[in-house]
Design a binder for this molecule. Sequence first.
Ligand SMILES: [Zn+2]
Length: 218
Amino acid sequence: MNIVLLGPPGSGKGTQSQLLAESFNLVQLSTGDLFRQILQNPHHPLYDELQIIKQGKLVSDEVVNKVVEDALKKLTNAKGIIFDGFPRTVAQAKALDRMLSSLNRKVDVVIDFNVTEGVLLYRLLGRRICPNCKRVFHVNQGYIECLDCKVKLVTRDDDNEEVIMKRFKEYKEKTVGVQEYYRDSNCAYISLTIDDIDTTPEEVHQQIISELKERDLV
Ligand SMILES: [Zn+2]
């Protein structure tokens, strides 16, 4: 089973990707993680091309596709793959279909995390991060220091309302095409609405499992 996760930053799809990987023995493919690995290795052939990320610019479809294709080649034995952060454009979605079909795979499920503005703002404005290990906390937990490192927690510069809403708007505009592309395809399309700040990651995970069961996918 190969799964594509769609959702804005703060939707919790990274956490859900991890939970799904554990539950069904799948491999996570996060383009964010892959980019970070390449940027730590000056000898990587795409090292120079990815420098634009540091300027806050978007990586071209061509380069993203190349990164994903290289990663897929190493996952030939995977039972299934979860795509987190990819595809972001219709061109990438089409490229993914081609890559998977050459490996006798396909996108089986798309899970679309529809998080309301209120939940997104609550989560991101309250986010506190350990500058050392990057562990994420919420201000409502009441911690001042990281539980692991005992380092003082900080807020990210870009976690302010104006930047969050701008990112959210951009995300929605860009993703409409990808959503339509998958809705028109043969894969199972699961749309989850997350509108309650008290919903826990485990509850969302159980909801996903029941949606998969309903469709006889697990
Ligand atoms: Zn820490």
